[in-house]
Design a protein around this ligand. Sequence first.
Ligand code: CA
Ligand code: CA
Ligand code: CA
Ligand code: CA
Length: 691
Amino acid sequence: MHRLMSRIPLFFFLLCLTNAAVDYYKESDGIDFVPEHSNEWVVRIDEGDEVADLVANELGLENRRKIFDNYYLFINPSVPRRSKRATNDFTNLLTKHEKVSWAEQQQSRNRVKRDFIDKRAQEERVYRSVAFSDPKWSKEWYLKDTRPESSSHLPKLDLHVLPAWAAGYTGKGIKVTILDDGLEWNNSDIMANYDPKASYDLNDNDDDPSPRYDPTNENKHGTRCAGEVAMVANNSICGVGIAYNAKIGGIRMLDGHVTDRVEAEAIAFNHKYVDIYSASWGPNDDGRTVEGPGTLASAAFIKGITEGRNGKGVIYVWASGNGGRRQDNCNCDGYTGSIYTISISSASEHQQSPWYAERCPSTMATTYSSGAYKDQKVTTTDLHDSCTDDHTGTSASAPLAAGIFALVLEANPQLTWRDMQHLVAWTSEYAPLADNHGWTTNGAGFKVNSRFGFGLLNAAALTEAARNWVTVPKQSICQIEPTKFTPQRISAARPLEIDFEVKGCEGENNVVRFLEHVQLYVTISYTRRGALKINITSPHGTRTTLLSERDQDTSTDGFKNWSFMSVHNWGENPKGVWTIKIMDATGDMENLGALEDFRLVLHGTSEAPHRILAGPRVYDENYNTVQNERSEKRQSLESLARQQAMVESNKLASKHDAYGQQDSLDEMNNIPATDSHWFRLLARLNGNWLQ
Ligand SMILES: [Ca+2]
Ligand SMILES: [Ca+2]
Ligand SMILES: [Ca+2]
Ligand SMILES: [Ca+2]
């Protein structure tokens, strides 16, 4: 192992991260997670399949198959399938082989689903919806306005999906896949939209991703996530998916040994076919884990981004994590922190950041989900051909976003993976979440919040902006490394502050003038990792907390070339003085360490994205317009009533006019008493979009 590290230093910290995993806490059942080593090696051989076969033969291995690029899956039959100990001797033997450029024994990684197990099953009440025949449609409060008339003073809660549907976008032609614990594809509310080509079972290596059934229904998670995206509309079963005409697949990968190889194959599964991947899981949200994608999973993300959707890049949607109660920080999760994933957080029906939500500046946007005990949850398909109102956490938020992005790709199939992120920045809503702490306006005029990213997704605004979107200019990446940096001491007594001048690679062809993602890579040694807090301030004065204190994290491992990512400088020009501040938030004088190294990586464009040319974003403070529409309608209702009274008292109106007025009056009276009325109105406005 040591030999491998010295030969290929790039892999050093990745190996350290996975090998250091000894002290896990599993949120759901309190059992400590101990990684197990398998009899699989992923081996990189650059000279092709025949050489791979030869190497395997020579070493007594089975060359199971090529994973992708030059990576092969080798099985060593003389090693147990599961073992607590790594077989380092054999890894050394492999890496010494002249035809092998890299090899790694696969070990299980602790990946935790981002929902909550609700012990008190809610009694299911059957609602009969009038617009869609689906009985649970009336429970989908995040898609439509379910406020009773008596509560029209309350804020409107939906994600503006109905206007996007009314404009004709229902996900047609878009393929979404859920990376999870399986998919009950023959569920009556999934089957018509099921896509076998977007599906696979990586746990059992077969084409059928059906979940493994057990008495606790442990593997319901993937089926629940999938239904949110693509429940079949108007079939009198369960509910209606956001992208109810999209194709839905499932990759079964969480119900077994989750290794780097398994994650990679999921992340790049049929990546020239699938458009959107949704993942509602990640490293343990225990508040003391720092973990990201391994070598192969990192390569898989790049494949999806560079080769997917004919080079425009697939869309990766990731749940931002449920570690709020344990002060976890989503920037300690390399999946949400990746620039390639759109990480999604949650807001409760009270438009508050819920107790489980994590804070960090890599989060891009928010959708609704569960909140405190009595708050409404998310409705979707469930195991055993059933339906539930109980899906929760950021797990439920990510698939809502994936469904919305399917509508967006239908509105404009030419969008790139970066276009989608720009669209999120330009359209997500601040107003419904304005009562929460932490909003700030950055130097380019975007409102950002580490709890919500750019705000609540707005499907109507997204699809509308997507239609005429001009593809953003090509990505430039500018890396700034300090010259002659000597390690700087950090302690509770001495916060470390570093100012440095950034030119944004001016004069070079990778100059960045309009920022997208900012990454601060640091190597820090410290006696208590969770004591550390890191801020960064841009030349525009945007101050971002890249890492907040984590009580639970007592690790002495520090950070090894770890990337802290932020989208809070979106649109800013990076030129000027940046300040990094690293401090010990605990005040514990015993803690000690040093910043060993750092570099800043700026992603963005040298040319202005088209949209910014028209000026900074203008926010709609009256986003909750249904409230206003209602009072307007009530006013016009009153004026109609007055008119009618006048007409009647004068006995002058023709029968035809009176009927006409009576119709309008009924229309007003009925809003929003029944859904059918709402839909008839929409249908009248938008043609025959709903049968
Ligand atoms: Ca199977
Ligand atoms: Ca249905
Ligand atoms: Ca987390
Ligand atoms: Ca991300």
